[in-house]
Design a protein around this ligand. Structure first.
Ligand code: MG
Length: 431
């Protein structure tokens, strides 16, 4: 059975890697791309941290998993205990499992990684701007961690896990702390990128990927290991979403479309570039299919994209992909088309507008042809009413299967008074 290494950046933009057009030098990630597959339309299931991780590890929309929004140190919730994680799934198939890095799916005992399918855990339970407490399994090993040491220490843990797991199939999940704020490169990387601390920490993460690849090669495991790299959400205040509109917290593509690389010599053709749609929801079903692991009992929102990785198919059949901001369903994508039907009255992470931040329906839904218009700059709803109707119909079909809080938020949004807005504008409430 193949080993699986899943490396996950935090708040890395679609345009922040060399192989996606960045000036930041990322030779190891570029090598992953040239030796494997690079996806141009790979989406997280949320524009923020915790829900993105919930979806990644369960193959289900975050609204189904008890994590619709970001968890804070004061949060008592976490990834619903009724969910089966990717680690549970692979462990049931005989894998040794380890999580090294940021968890962000609950702080109390029942939510800890070692209760959610991981044999071993080393890292911070929240974002690096939250609790600076370094954990090993369920024990605190440093109450006040020095952030600039963490990427190197995570890397050492990952390499040691690979070295000691060579006798048995393993799953390594490595959610980095970078380039989330505070952006703190270690001394060897300070000033190295010429693109500020953000560029430096991306280079440091790239170095870490190189160390992991080297450890696999040194053990003769790289021919039997699938290595995946992606990110949870778009860039926050630094970093680049490339030509995509929006950033972290937005359901514009810049908040949710991510770099995605997958390397598996002999199984995934070298230099493959995939234009079809895929999502983090798809990784659990794909890994279950690849490893013949039992599929979780909860119905999955993702689909098996292995044929897209190998080149057997350019895309796979699936229902419209839904873009949520917390409980609010705001957009849907079907093939190359994306329809916006609701939006907040202000951008994410800005000061509250005078009337408060609220989700409002767009009286005139906006349609963008994402493959040709990555900036969501040219509304084609007027030209293609039949596509608008087709996507609206798919959303109507999917709504009843979603949790009641989603339906409630949907109805609240439909009821709220709103003034007509021009394409791409923030809607304004009618008070
Ligand atoms: Mg994040």
């Amino acid at each position: 059975m193949p080993n699986v290494v899943l490396i996950y950046a935090d708040d890395l933009g679609y345009g922040d890697l060399g192989c996606y057009g960045s000036r930041i030098r990322t030779p190891n990630l570029d090598r992953m791309a040239s030796q494997g597959a690079l996806f141009r339309h790979f989406y997280s299931a949320s524009p923020v941290c915790s829900p993105a991780r919930a979806a990644l590890l369960t193959g289900r929309y975050p609204v189904r998993c008890g994590v619709p929004g970001v968890l804070y140190p004061s949060s008592t919730g976490g990834l619903s205990v009724s969910e089966t994680t990717m680690a549970d799934t692979l462990r049931a198939a005989g894998y040794a499992t380890m999580c090294v890095g940021k968890w962000h799916l609950g702080l109390t005992e029942q939510y800890l990684p070692t209760r959610r399918g991981f044999d071993e855990y080393y890292g911070l339970l929240g974002s690096n701007d939250q609790l600076p407490v370094l954990m090993h399994n369920t024990e605190v090993i440093e109450a006040q961690v020095d952030h600039e040491t963490l990427t190197a220490r995570y890397t050492q843990q990952a390499v040691q896990f690979i070295q000691r797991s060579a006798e048995r199939p393993f799953f390594l999940y490595m959610p980095h702390l970078a380039p989330h704020v505070p952006v703190v490169p270690s001394p060897p990387f300070r000033g190295k990128s010429g693109l500020g601390p953000y560029g430096d920490v991306v280079m440091e993460m790239d170095w870490s990927v190189g160390q992991v690849l080297e450890a696999l090669e040194a053990k003769g495991l790289d021919q039997n290991t699938l290595v995946i790299f992606t990110s949870d959400n778009g860039p926050w205040f630094q970093g680049s979403a490339g030509r995509l509109r929006g950033r972290k917290g937005d359901t514009f593509d810049g908040g949710m479309r991510e770099p995605f690389l997958a390397r598996f010599p002999g199984r995934i053709p070298a230099g493959r570039v995939v234009e079809g749609f895929a999502s983090a929801l798809d990784l659990l079903p794909t890994l279950a299919a690849l490893t013949a692991a039992p599929v979780p009992a909860n119905p999955l929102d993702g689909v098996n994209i292995w044929p897209m990785l190998t080149g057997e198919a350019e895309s796979v059949e699936r229902p419209a992909f839904l873009y949520f901001d917390s409980w609010n369903l705001q957009c849907a994508r079907l093939g190359p088309w994306k329809l916006h039907f609701a939006r907040y009255n202000s951008a994410a992470f800005t000061a509250m507008p005078a009337v408060g931040r609220m989700n409002l329906r767009l009286l005139n839904p906006e349609l963008y042809k994402i493959d040709e218009d990555p900036s969501e700059a040219y509304d084609l709803a007027g030209e293609h009413p039949e596509i608008v109707a087709r996507i609206e119909e798919q959303v109507r079909q999917q709504l009843p299967s979603l949790p009641s809080r989603v339906l409630q938020a949907w109805e609240d949004t439909q009821r709220r008074g709103v003034k007509p807005n021009g394409s791409g504008e923030w809607p304004v409430p009618e008070l």
